[in-house]
Design a protein around this ligand. Structure first.
Ligand code: CP
Ligand code: NVA
Length: 305
């Protein structure tokens, strides 16, 4: 089983959340079980990372296994070896492959040819591990997803996409406010809308940040310039000017929790004041990447070979 879209987890989502809770509780007590002894995870990075790299590597260590960090440029992949040959070769050595890639298509191809599970550690289209951990964090803080409204303010990007699909799946209301031209991907939105009809939640996409923030229990934001979009930086900074998460916007919601996948650009998408405020749970989000990914690795790798 691969986890390339957040929806790939399917109904296993609920056992994953429960397993994450247990693993976090055990870690707090200093209990670590070698569930993945002798298992290895290859981690391919085509873009920088702090949280994803460290949390996956520590996750494998805490589970008694091993992670191999691979920088694309120092692999034969960087010299033109094909994705399908890389996928089949790595599958002969390791029990799972985590990949952070520039192209979602390439991750799909890797998933097609690998004979071990492939985990998406971020592409331009989705960031499933981030949002799985975020949903765990929301459950921890709010107890449930029903009757909760999350407002995402900023770019209709990878994090926004996985949040849309994840929220629609669990039945959490979500509003998205982006500048014109930066709305979420149409196919993702349609998928989320179909899912939300089933789960009974509302999804709103608007260009008005105030409207999106109204009555929100959670305000979530992410960078205006994602990795790979550096050439558009100046234009983006102009276009997103009115989409900052600041005290004025937060007040419209009332007293919402503040979420951000990090890294944050203080003074751009979020003010320092809001990021450092009492309601900010950004470092709980970051911590929960570790616990959630441990549960995911157990789920995907423990049964292999
Ligand atoms: N949130 C997240 O994925 O962070 P990194 O880019 O540091 O991995
Ligand atoms: N949207 C951001 C997320 C970083 C974790 C990016 O793709 O750069």
């Amino acid at each position: 089983m691969n986890v390339i879209s957040i929806l790939d987890v399917g109904q296993d989502f609920f056992s994953l959340i429960e397993r994450t809770r247990k693993l976090k509780e055990e870690a707090r007590k200093g209990v670590f079980k070698n569930v993945l002894r002798n298992k290895s995870l290859a981690m391919i990075f085509e873009k920088p990372s702090t949280r994803t790299r460290v949390s996956f590597e520590v996750a494998m260590t805490q589970l008694g296994g091993h992670a191999v960090y691979l920088d694309r440029e120092s692999m034969q992949l960087g010299r033109g070896e094909t994705i399908k040959d890389t996928a089949r070769t790595l599958s002969r050595y390791v029990d799972g492959i985590m990949v952070r890639a520039k192209s979602h298509e390439n991750v799909l191809e890797l998933g097609e040819y690998a004979t071990v599970p492939v985990i998406n550690g971020l592409t331009e289209l989705e960031h499933p591990c981030q949002v799985l951990a975020d949903l765990f964090t929301i459950k921890e803080k709010k107890g449930d997803f029903k009757e909760v409204k999350l407002a995402f303010i900023g770019d209709g990007n990878n994090v926004c996409h996985s949040l849309l699909l994840g929220s629609a799946f669990v039945g959490m209301n979500m509003s998205v406010a982006t500048p014109r031209g930066y709305e979420p991907n149409k196919e993702i939105l349609e998928k989320a809308e179909r899912l939300s009809n089933k789960s009974g939640c509302e999804i709103l996409v608007t260009n008005d940040p105030m409207r999106a923030a109204e009555g929100a229990d959670i305000i979530y934001t992410d960078v205006w310039v994602s990795m790979g979009q550096e050439a558009e930086r100046e234009k983006r900074l102009r276009d997103f000017r009115d989409y900052q998460v600041n005290t004025r916007l937060v007040k419209i919601a009332g007293s919402p929790l503040i979420m951000h996948c990090l890294p944050a650009k203080r003074g751009l998408e979020i003010t320092d004041e809001v990021l450092e405020s009492r309601n900010s749970i950004v470092f709980d989000q970051a911590e929960n990447r570790l616990h959630l990914q441990k549960a995911l690795l157990c789920h995907l790798l423990a049964s292999q070979g």
